[in-house]
Ligand binder design. Structure first.
Ligand code: MLT
Length: 323
């Protein structure tokens, strides 16, 4: 008798979760952006969310949950109910590097379900305008001449800007003094004010300040120039050949989120990415759309696993301590 009741309850619960998945979404969806408002993660998600809400028919609410290189926000999403109403926005830093820096209390692959790969961009080496350098080689010479390490803003240990800074140290042999912020939005405010010396930043975060002349750009970490910022040379052209890094972003949901829900979220994100107006906004920030054949949840999962294999050895060799 007990088995019959148990079986009946399982069928009931399974049926209820399918019903919930069928009418998903029936109320607003929260996307946890693990960095401060005004930064590149926040900016990209707000642009995409404005379009996704049209497809989903529900508001997309952005919650900036910051700290510890983004891992606080990702942890919040991991522990949320697997019902599709809490989505984790993240990137190379939060969903790859954090796993090599922090004892997370969750598994970046086993505890999350990939939804979709989002746009990517190279990093750009930028400094305050007070630095007496007009080229990357002059900037590197200035850095090497300083008695104390220059201050480099990051979004916290394990963030994309921090990993880029570690990679910069390794590529140039120049030690930096990392200054952590709750995102590279606040870090940018201090760079413009001359409070810190540099950021190895996402292009999408720096590009408008470069255009305004409030910071100086030396090179983008790619083998081709950014279409919407052709005046910035590549590291290959500027004297740091092979110093390439692409920061890609993505959306995830907690493990065990129903497949139908993942499919609906993926379809809404893909519709946004294929919208001409959304593409214009993102490309103007220097962001590149993912290839069409990379827009499945499986493609994001493969990307994340490949990048863990690529970046963890360098990060662990740098013996980065958690914040
Ligand atoms: C990072 O450096 O990880 C991000 O650019 C931070 C942010 O999006 O604010």
């Amino acid at each position: 008798m007990r088995r019959v009741v148990l079986a009946f309850l399982c069928v009931l619960l399974f049926g209820a979760s399918l019903a919930r998945a069928d009418d998903y979404p029936s109320h607003p969806i929260t996307v946890i952006v693990p960095f401060a408002a005004g930064g590149p993660s926040d900016a990209m998600m707000r642009i995409l969310g404005e379009h996704m809400k049209q497809t989903l028919g529900q508001a997309i609410l952005i919650e900036n949950v910051t700290g510890a290189g983004g891992s606080i926000g990702v942890g919040r999403a991991v522990r949320s109910p697997p019902d599709g109403y809490t989505v984790s926005f993240g990137h190379l830093g939060t969903h790859v590097a954090n796993g090599a820096v922090y004892k997370l209390g969750y598994d970046l692959v086993a505890d999350l379900e990939p939804v979709v790969l989002l746009p990517s961009n190279p990093m750009v080496i930028v400094s305050k305008t007070g630095v007496p350098a007009k080229s990357l080689s002059e900037f590197l010479a200035w850095l090497k001449s300083r008695p104390e390490p220059a201050s480099a803003g990051t979004a916290g240990n394990g963030s994309g800007s921090h990993i880029a800074g570690l990679y910069f140290e390794q590529a140039t042999g120049i030690k930096l003094q990392f200054v952590p912020y709750r995102g590279t939005g606040p870090a940018m405010n201090d760079l413009v004010a001359g409070q810190i010396d540099l950021i190895v930043d996402q292009t999408s975060n720096s590009i408008n300040q470069v255009r305004a002349g409030t910071i100086r750009a030396y090179a983008v970490t790619d083998d081709k120039r950014v279409e919407s910022a052709p005046e910035i040379p590549t590291t290959d052209e500027a004297g740091l050949p092979g110093f390439h890094m692409t920061l890609w972003s993505g959306l995830w949901v907690p493990k065990r989120t129903p497949h139908e829900v993942v499919t609906k979220l993926n379809a809404a994100a893909v519709a946004a990415l294929n919208d001409p107006q959304v593409q214009t906004q993102l490309k103007n920030l220097g962001l590149q759309m993912p290839p069409q054949d990379q827009l499945t949840p499986e493609a994001l999962g493969a990307q994340q696993r490949a990048e863990i294999a690529k970046w963890w050895p360098m990060i662990k060799a740098a013996a980065v301590s958690a914040e």
